[in-house]
Design a protein around this ligand. Structure first.
Ligand code: TYD
Ligand code: MG
Length: 452
């Protein structure tokens, strides 16, 4: 006999308890526990996903997994070269950032190669989707659209259409009626994802799940979902900038630090093959407070502009604000600036912004942030033809960064003629680029302001 079980589940982390609590003991978020009911059928077991019996590894036949490139090279790169049959991919991002657009573009391309594709939307009507698809390109005859929030008849539909790719947009809006909790709750999200995973593994179908990100920056039922799926892609960038970055934060079939860069245009997301040029497009030349550095995103060097503004403070505690750069790192660099370059900042506000909405997490950008601050204080521009690369240590020493040569080549390609770098640069030769080595921030500062 079926019996009903009531439980309270934290919608943030998935913690379960028998009674309601105001605060989740696991992730410490407030008011996140919701009542969910579950009908437990006797004898119901969780189905196993993969091979049922143990096999001897040496006997396992290995066929090279074939990857099918989608044809959007920025996306293929992030996926590690294309789609692996039977994989489950979670695509997360803020509302309105372009998830549905990218998914529709993907389905248009995959179905244009002749295989059936099913786009299951719980958010938009088929007319809305048609309208959007019309703008994005030719509509192949093998693309199916289903607009419904109840996923109950999915297995039958899959049997009938036999698609090679299924998109579920979005996981928060759809539900299964045998699960009694509301759409978007952690039980629904988890159980549907598990079902999709089973289907993917059993049939070789590629499944994309679209997930919204909550205010806190999580996909609802976040960590749990990330553990379940093969690949997690996140959309970055904000709606106020046209560019979008897609980053793989988990990938069972490839490297996780590749990014894809797109621009949102009238015809959907357009690939940006030359992101450095885009991020430097609006750079003011010969203005104090601007510095350029070379970052590494996966295997790709990207140039970015760091801006700093230092002004007299009207606050008792001066403000230190960083956008696109780590706040604690900024505090550290300000301390180095005060101590090693004798610049007193106690009564000055400091703002640092990475232009274009780019986010920097690499210490290689330290030197550019530090010298952008110094440049703003001195009201003196840094040489606009110079690129600044290097991690700054607490004694003010300039420390080496990985793959310096690649970064320098990108700088040369974009027309920079000077590079101020740590000692590792002394053995590197790049055509049309003068590589100047600095031992510490003091030396680097002297070099940077030459020609500024
Ligand atoms: P959407 O893909 O619906 O975002 P998400 O699914 O992540 O919520 O679309 C995001 C925005 O993109 C929307 O405000 C309209 C805009 N857009 C364009 O600028 N050009 C286009 O060709 C399309 C299809 C959308
Ligand atoms: Mg959408």
């Amino acid at each position: 006999m079926a019996r009903e079980k009531t439980k309270f589940v934290c919608q943030n982390c998935g913690y379960q308890t028998g009674k309601w609590l105001g605060k989740c003991p696991e992730c410490e978020s407030w008011n996140s526990l919701e009542e969910e009911r579950e009908i437990v059928l006797p004898g119901q077991k969780t189905a196993s996903l993969l091979s049922a019996t143990p096999q001897l590894l040496w006997q396992v036949e290995f066929t090279r997994e074939e990857r099918g490139p989608i044809g959007i090279s920025e996306l293929d790169r992030v996926l590690g070269g294309g789609l692996v049959p039977g994989s489950l991919i979670l695509v997360g991002g803020d509302p309105g950032i372009g998830k549905s657009t990218l998914m529709l573009q993907t389905t248009l391309l995959i179905s244009s190669k002749g295989s059936n594709v099913l786009y299951w939307s719980g958010e938009e009507s088929v007319q809305q989707i048609k309208m959007r698809a019309n703008r994005l390109g030719e509509i192949p005859t093998t693309l199916y659209i289903q607009s419904e929030t109840c996923l109950d008849n999915l297995p039958e539909i899959l049997n009938e259409i036999k698609p090679s790719c299924l998109i579920v947009d979005s996981i928060q809006t759809i539900y299964r009626s045998d699960l009694t909790s509301a759409p978007g709750t952690i039980s629904q999200v988890r159980d549907i994802t598990a079902q999709l995973m089973r289907i993917a593994k059993q049939t070789g179908l590629v499944v994309f799940i679209v997930g919204h990100v909550t205010k806190e920056g999580n996909i609802a039922g976040p960590k749990m979902l990330e553990h379940m799926v093969d690949t997690v892609l996140y959309f970055e960038g904000d709606r106020h900038h046209n560019y979008r970055i897609i980053r793989a934060v988990k990938n069972r079939f490839g490297s996780t630090n590749e990014i894809g860069v797109f621009e949102m245009g009238a015809q959907g997301l357009i690939e940006v093959p030359n992101p450095s040029a885009m991020f430097l497009a609006e750079r003011p030349l010969k203005e104090p407070g601007s510095a350029v550095t070379a970052l590494l995103e996966g295997t790709r060097p990207i140039l970015g502009e760091v801006q700093a503004l230092v002004s007299n403070s009207n606050y008792q505690n001066p403000r230190r604000l960083a956008t696109g750069f780590d706040h604690n790192r900024l505090s550290m660099l300000i301390a180095v600036l005060e101590k090693r370059l004798n610049v007193f900042m106690g009564n000055l506000d400091a703002y640092v912004n990475v232009a274009g909405g780019l986010k920097i997490s690499e210490p290689a950008a330290d030197l550019s942030v530090l010298l952008a601050l110094a440049s703003s204080i001195k009201e003196q521009a840094i040489d606009p033809k110079a690129i600044l690369i290097g991690e700054v240590g607490l004694t003010g020493e300039l420390r080496n960064v990985n793959r310096l040569e690649q970064r320098l080549k990108e700088a040369a390609r974009l027309g920079f003629t000077r590079a101020i770098v740590p000692s590792g640069g002394s053995s590197i030769r790049v055509a049309d680029l003068e590589i100047e080595v600095a031992k510490n921030v003091r030396e680097a500062m002297v070099l940077a302001f030459k020609g500024g």
